[in-house]
Design a protein around this ligand. Structure first.
Ligand SMILES: [Fe+2]
Length: 214
């Protein structure tokens, strides 16, 4: 019997947070408080990577560890979704942890150019405020079948997402991706994070890891 296989699979997993509208306002307040406390020390301060990040403010990498109601609710939801996602892509381990998490507040024309996330089977983006534009993210197809115009029907050059507040996108950290230049007039706000599975207690991971409490 004829069989079609897809051996070079790139999973991109999405979900919508059902309670997002209940936490949106408070979440933005927490983010903007941190942002406003020292916007100029972080805003666009990437002297060695001017073409990588432009006109955006990035928090430190412990954002989801903040113990305030909307953040706790969101991180528990994300952890639940990670457990489900790792099971769907059949990566099994002892534990699933968020290793780093941060926010981006992007101003007009700000962008985050092509990059990958090392040691991250699943990275994630959670959209919070679109700032007046639906421009989301772009992932480059690592399988260059798209260079063949007839195969292009199922092998596109890239995958794009719309910026929809409350949407979660999980993707392999090794795939090149970017945040398109922001065309809206207000701040574009999102949270991003890295996750991994742990196979044993001695596995070296970032110290800021977060896992679900049993
Ligand atoms: Fe990224």
């Amino acid at each position: 019997m004829m069989k079609v296989q897809a051996p070079f699979f790139v999973p991109i997993i999405t979900d919508d947070c059902e309670f997002f509208k209940d936490i949106k306002k408070d979440l933005i307040e927490i983010i903007m408080d941190i942002h406003n406390s020292d916007p100029f020390s972080v805003q666009g301060n990437f002297p060695n990577s001017k073409n990588l990040k432009y006109n955006l403010t990035e928090s430190n990498s412990d954002f989801l560890k903040i113990d305030e109601e909307p953040v706790i609710k969101l991180r528990n939801w994300i952890l639940k979704k990670l457990i489900e996602a790792y099971s769907k892509i059949q990566i099994k381990g002892k534990d699933i942890v968020i290793t780093e998490s941060w926010f981006h507040v992007t101003k007009k024309e700000g962008f985050h150019n092509l990059h990958t996330h090392p040691e991250t089977p699943l990275g994630g983006i959670f959209y919070i405020e679109d700032g007046g534009s639906q421009e989301g993210n772009q992932w480059l197809n690592p399988i260059f079948g798209y260079s063949h115009r007839i195969s292009d029907i199922w092998c596109k050059p890239f995958f794009e997402s719309k910026f929809e507040p409350g949407k979660l996108i999980l993707f392999p950290g090794w795939i090149l991706h970017s945040a398109r230049p922001h065309t809206g007039n207000k701040n574009r706000i999102l949270i991003a994070f890295n996750s991994t599975v742990l196979f044993h207690d001695d596995q070296v991971v970032h110290l800021s890891r977060i896992k679900e409490k049993k």
